[in-house]
Design a protein around this ligand. Structure first.
Ligand code: ADP
Ligand code: MG
Length: 704
C-alpha cells in the first residue's frame, strides 16, 4: 500500500475533511496541510481508564465511566419526541440513561441483556440522577476488558468549525483518520539523537502518536515534555545563535576608555555618589564599548534605582569619542522630564541638549534637524519622532532606549540604521523588573545588566489599601500631607476600551476634589491623554515646579516622571490595574527624603482575588517579587506589553510552569553553540536545519 498522504498534502485531501471544512480549518486554525493538523495538539484529555461502580455515581456534573448490563429499554412519556430510557445494572446498583435524540439508532445498537461500557456526565433531571446521551461500547469479555482508547483527546475549536461537524469529537475522528493516512516515518526528527538520549526524550513520531492518542498518563507527560523542550530549545538556539553571529559580524565603535567629559561630570557635577550597582553597571557597559563589538545591553532596574544618570554618563562617553548620542522615551511627558534633568546637568558643562517630538514643529524642528545632520548638536532627547526618516545624524554612536517594553525589536533596529557606518551601541533600559526566565526568553539576544540596589536614604514606601467608604480619611490625610509641604499624585485608570467612561470618571473625580481642595488655597494640575501637548506640558511643569499641590492624571505618568517632593501616590480603582503597573506607579513616589505613601483606592465590594492581589502590593516593595506574582496571575502574554511587541510566541511550553525545562534548554543551547558556533559538526546538522527553518510554525495549540 503506497497511498500515504505526504506531510505537505493539502488538508482537504484528508478523509473526512473536504473543501468546506478545509477552508474553515485554514481560516480559523491556520491549518493548511496534514502536517500542521498533526501538530494541532489536544489541550486536555478525558480519562477513560477509570471505571467506577454505579453506586458511586453520586456527584452531579462529574464525567464517569461505568460498566453495566441493560435490564430495560423503553420510550417514556408523551410529547413529540419521547425520550428513550435505559436502566442498567452492575453489582452495586442501577442507573438510568436517557436519549432525547437518535433513539432509533440506539435501539438498533443497544440490546437488553447485554453488557456495555458507558461514558458520560452525571446530571439531575426530573428523572433523578442519570446520564444523557452517553457513549457506549459493547463488552464481550468482561474479565479481560480494557478500553481501546483510555484517553480521549480534547481539542479546542470554534463555533463555525463545530457547526460543520468539527467539534472536539469531530476533530478527534479526523485525527484518527490522519494517523492511518500518514506514514509517520515521513515526519522527520529534528533533534539529534544525542540530545534525545541525554534528556530521555521520545522521538518525534512516537511523541505525535502519544500526544493525540496516549495509552497511559506517562505517555502524555513524556510527549508533552518532548514538544515543550523542542519548542524552548529551538527558540533558545535561534536567539543565542543570532547573538553569536552578531558579535562575530557586527563590529562596533571601539571606545577604549571614558574621556574628559565623563570624568569632568563625575568629579564636578554629579550631585551624589553612585551606588555600587550603578558603578558596576557602568563598568559592564565600558567593557562592551571597548570590546570592538556593537553593544546591545538591557539595563534592568526597579523604579527609582537611578538608571537615568547611568544613561547620561554613558552618553557622555560617546561625546568623548566625538560621537552623537540620543535617548528615546516612550511618551512626551517622559521625554520632557529627561530634558529638564539633562539640561540641569549638562548646561553647566556647556553641552547643548534638545528635544525632538511630533510637537516640535516649524522653525524649531528645522533647526534641530539641521544641527543633528551637521553634528553640531551632540545630544538629543526624543520620542518615536526620532526614528522618522527625516531625522539624520552626523555620526550617531550611542542610542539609549528608555522603558523598552513600549518599543518593539523593529523600532530598535530602525534606530540602528541611523548610523551610516557601524551600528551605534545600544542601551535599552527598563523599569519593569522582568523575571529572569522571561528576560531569558524575551531578551535572549541582549546582554543583561541589573541595578539591584536603591540609592541610600530612601525610606520604604508605605502602601495602604482603602475602600471607597473610607474616603474621608483619605481626604484628611491628603490635607495633612499638603500642610507638610508635600505633593500628591492621583491616578485614574485609562483603558482603551472604556476610554470615554474613564475620562468622565477622571473629570468627575477632579470636580469632587475641587470641593475638598478649593482654590486659591489648593492648586490642582490635570494631565491626561486627550489634552493638547502644550497644555499637558504646562500642567506637568506646574507640578514639577511645585506650584500645584495635587496632580490628577491618567497613567501617562506611569513611567519615568521624577518629582522628589511628591510623597503620596493615590491610585483610584486600583483593582483595575495589573500588579506591575501598580508597582510602576508607586515608584513615582519615595524619591525624596520624606516618608512616602501609596494609597490603593478600591470600590467597597471586591472579589477575593482582587483583595489578595492588592494585599501583595501592601506587603512588598520588591519589584521582582511583584513581577513574578503578576506573571503567575496573568501569564506572560500580558507582561511588559510583550503582546504588542510580538517578542514571544510560545505554543506548547509555559514560561512559568516549564521554568526548569527552559533553563535546561538554554544551557544546552549555550553549550552546543559554545563548542560549535556555526553548527558545522555532522552531529549538529539537524540543529542547523532547525535554525534555518525560521518560518516554520506549526499550528500548535497551547497545552494547559
Ligand atoms: P529610574 O531608574 O526609575 O529611572 P531615576 O533615574 O529617575 O530612576 O532616579 C531616581 C532618583 O534617584 C532621581 O532623583 C535621581 O537623581 C536619584 N538618584 C539616582 N542615583 C542616585 C544615587 N546614587 N544617590 C542618590 N540619588 C540618586
Ligand atoms: Mg527612568
Amino acid at each position: 500500500m503506497n497511498s500515504f498522504l505526504k506531510p505537505d498534502s493539502p488538508i482537504e485531501y484528508l478523509k473526512g475533511v473536504g473543501p468546506q471544512r478545509g477552508a474553515l480549518l485554514r481560516k480559523h486554525l491556520a491549518i493548511e496541510d496534514v502536517q500542521s493538523l498533526l501538530f494541532y495538539f489536544p489541550f486536555r484529555y478525558i480519562d477513560k481508564s477509570q471505571i467506577i461502580t454505579i453506586r458511586s455515581c453520586i456527584e452531579e456534573g462529574r464525567w464517569v465511566q461505568i460498566i453495566g448490563r441493560v435490564i430495560s429499554l423503553v420510550e417514556k412519556g408523551g410529547g413529540r419526541s419521547k425520550p428513550l430510557i435505559a436502566e442498567i445494572l452492575d453489582n452495586s446498583g442501577s442507573i438510568e440513561l436517557i436519549w432525547f435524540q437518535s433513539q432509533n439508532w440506539v435501539l438498533d445498537n443497544l440490546k437488553t441483556g447485554k453488557t456495555y461500557r458507558f461514558y458520560g456526565r452525571l446530571q439531575k433531571s426530573s428523572y433523578g440522577l442519570n446520564i444523557s446521551h452517553p457513549e457506549f461500547e459493547e463488552i464481550n469479555d468482561l474479565q479481560n476488558y480494557s478500553p481501546k482508547q483510555p484517553f480521549d483527546p480534547v481539542y479546542s475549536t470554534t463555533e463555525a468549525l463545530a457547526s460543520k461537524g468539527l467539534d472536539s469529537k469531530g476533530i478527534r475522528r479526523v485525527m484518527e483518520h490522519l494517523m492511518l493516512s500518514i506514514d509517520l516515518r515521513s515526519i522527520h526528527e529534528n533533534l539529534p539523537s544525542y540530545i534525545l538520549a541525554r534528556y530521555k526524550l521520545p522521538n518525534r513520531a512516537d511523541s505525535l502518536v502519544w500526544i493525540h492518542f496516549p495509552q497511559n498518563e506517562a505517555q502524555i507527560k513524556i510527549a508533552r515534555d518532548r514538544f515543550k523542550f523542542e519548542e524552548l530549545f529551538s527558540h533558545q538556539l535561534k536567539i543565542i545563535h543570532s547573538r553569536i553571529q552578531r558579535s562575530l559580524l557586527k563590529h562596533g565603535f571601539v571606545w577604549q576608555n571614558p574621556g574628559l567629559l565623563y570624568h569632568q561630570f563625575k568629579e564636578n557635577y554629579l550631585p551624589f555618589e553612585l551606588t555600587n550597582a550603578q558603578q558596576r553597571v557602568i563598568l559592564e557597559i565600558c567593557k562592551d564599548l571597548a570590546s570592538g563589538h556593537q553593544m546591545n545591553r538591557l539595563l534592568q532596574g526597579d523604579v527609582g534605582s537611578g538608571k537615568t544618570i547611568v544613561a547620561l554618563m554613558v552618553m557622555l562617553i560617546a561625546l568623548d569619542h566625538g560621537f552623537q548620542a540620543c535617548i528615546m522615551a516612550p511618551t512626551e511627558v517622559l521625554a520632557n522630564q529627561h530634558l529638564i534633568s539633562f539640561k540641569e546637568y549638562l548646561n553647566q558643562m556647556g553641552i547643548e541638549v534638545a528635544l525632538l517630538s511630533s510637537q516640535v514643529k516649524g522653525k524649531a524642528r528645522k533647526e534641530i534637524l539641521q544641527n543633528l545632520a551637521s553634528g553640531q548638536l551632540k545630544i538629543i532627547i526624543g520620542t518615536h519622532a526620532l526614528i522618522e526618516d527625516q531625522v539624520v545624524f552626523h555620526n550617531l554612536g550611542m542610542v539609549v532606549i528608555d522603558e523598552q517594553h513600549r518599543f518593539g525589536v523593529e523600532q530598535r533596529s530602525k534606530l540602528w540604521s541611523k548610523s551610516k557606518s557601524l551600528h551605534p551601541h545600544v542601551l535599552v533600559m527598563t523599569a519593569t523588573p522582568i523575571p529572569r526566565t522571561l528576560a531569558m526568553t524575551l531578551y535572549g539576544d541582549l546582554e543583561v545588566s541589573v541595578i539591584d540596589e536603591l540609592p541610600p536614604n530612601r525610606k520604604e514606601i508605605k502602601t495602604l489599601h482603602i475602600r471607597d467608604r473610607h474616603r474621608p480619611e483619605l481626604i484628611r490625610f491628603m490635607r495633612d500631607q499638603i500642610e507638610r509641604g508635600r505633593q500628591i499624585y492621583i491616578v485614574y485608570p485609562l483603558i482603551e476600551e472604556s476610554e470615554k467612561l474613564d475620562l468622565e470618571n477622571l473629570q468627575l473625580g477632579y470636580e469632587k476634589l475641587l470641593t475638598f481642595f478649593p482654590l486659591p488655597q489648593y492648586k490642582i494640575a490635570v494631565v491626561h491623554g486627550k489634552l493638547k501637548s502644550e497644555d499637558k506640558n504646562l500642567e506637568m511643569a506646574r507640578f514639577v515646579r511645585g506650584v500645584a499641590h495635587i496632580m490628577v492624571a491618567t497613567t501617562v505618568i506611569e513611567v519615568g516622571v521624577n518629582v522628589p517632593n511628591a510623597s503620596v501616590m493615590v491610585i483610584e480603582n486600583a483593582e483595575r490595574f495589573g500588579l506591575s503597573q501598580l508597582h510602576q506607579l508607586r515608584g513615582r513616589v519615595g524619591r525624596g527624603a520624606e516618608q512616602s505613601y501609596c494609597v490603593l483606592m478600591s470600590s467597597n465590594k471586591l472579589s477575593d482575588d482582587a483583595v489578595s492581589r492588592l494585599q501583595i502590593m501592601v506587603q512588598t516593595n520588591d519589584g521582582f517579587k511583584i513581577a513574578e506574582e503578576d506573571l503567575r496571575i496573568r501569564g506572560p502574554g500580558d507582561l511588559a506589553g510583550t503582546k504588542q511587541s510580538g517578542l514571544i510566541e510560545l505554543k506548547v511550553a509555559d514560561l512559568v510552569e516549564d521554568h526548569k525545562l527552559l533553563v535546561a534548554a538554554r544551557q544546552l543551547a549555550e553549550a552546543i553553540l559554545g563548542r560549535d558556533p556555526q553548527l558545522a559538526h555532522p552531529t549538529n546538522q539537524l540543529l542547523k536545519k532547525l535554525i534555518d527553518h525560521q518560518g516554520e510554525k506549526p499550528g500548535w495549540e497551547k497545552i494547559s
